[in-house]
Unconditional design. Structure first.
Length: 190
């Protein structure tokens, strides 16, 4: 039987079925090269953990806790983070594939998305105050009533953000991002 609380452990290449079970907590753990695609992570709590080179595509994160979690070089396509537990939710991504991921209504202030593919990612109604989008592909990412106050999108590209529908006060954009902010006006920028 697996202990309900794991601390300071490194898990390498473990299959998804080794993480299933209720009332499990992983604190300050590292997950390296694990295939957790389609995993049922229901109610598992992760605190101060690192996922590196893991595949979590279409993992079920319903009621899972993500508290100060870092994902590096991971595939998280289709993960619905909106179903994760809200308490202390904090996730950061570096060189990750987040295509079709869902962050609907999630609070993730000061989040970092660095060198990520976020094609068709749902960011509607999420609070991304002071978030950093560094060199991210936001093609067809969905922004609606999203809070982007103070967010930095200067190096990201392919986004379409309606300033009338989203809170972008003090957000930072590059000149190259202007077409993505003005697209609803159907004007040409040269």
């Amino acid at each position: 039987m697996q202990p309900s609380h794991q601390e300071d452990q490194t898990f390498t290449k473990i299959p998804a079925d080794q993480l299933t079970g209720r009332n499990l907590t992983y604190e300050n753990c590292r997950f390296i090269s694990c295939d957790l695609s389609y995993a049922n992570l229901y109610s598992i709590i992760f605190i101060d953990c690192l996922f590196e080179e893991c595949n979590l595509s279409l993992a079920d994160v319903s009621s899972a806790g993500f508290q100060n979690i870092r994902f590096k070089h991971c595939k998280l396509s289709g993960v619905n983070f909106s179903k994760a537990h809200d308490f202390l939710f904090e996730v950061h991504f570096e060189n990750c594939i987040l295509d079709n991921a869902v962050f609907y209504k999630k609070k993730n202030k000061k989040a970092t998305f660095s060198d990520c593919s976020m094609i068709e990612t749902d960011l509607a109604e999420s609070d991304l105050t002071d978030a950093k989008f560094i060199n991210c592909n936001l093609n067809r990412a969905f922004f609606s009533r999203t809070i982007l106050k103070g967010a930095d999108l200067r190096s990201s590209y392919n986004f379409t953000i309606d300033p009338d529908d989203n809170q972008i006060k003090k957000a930072q954009f590059s000149v190259h991002g202007l077409p993505g902010l003005l697209s609803k006006y159907d004007i040409r920028i040269e």
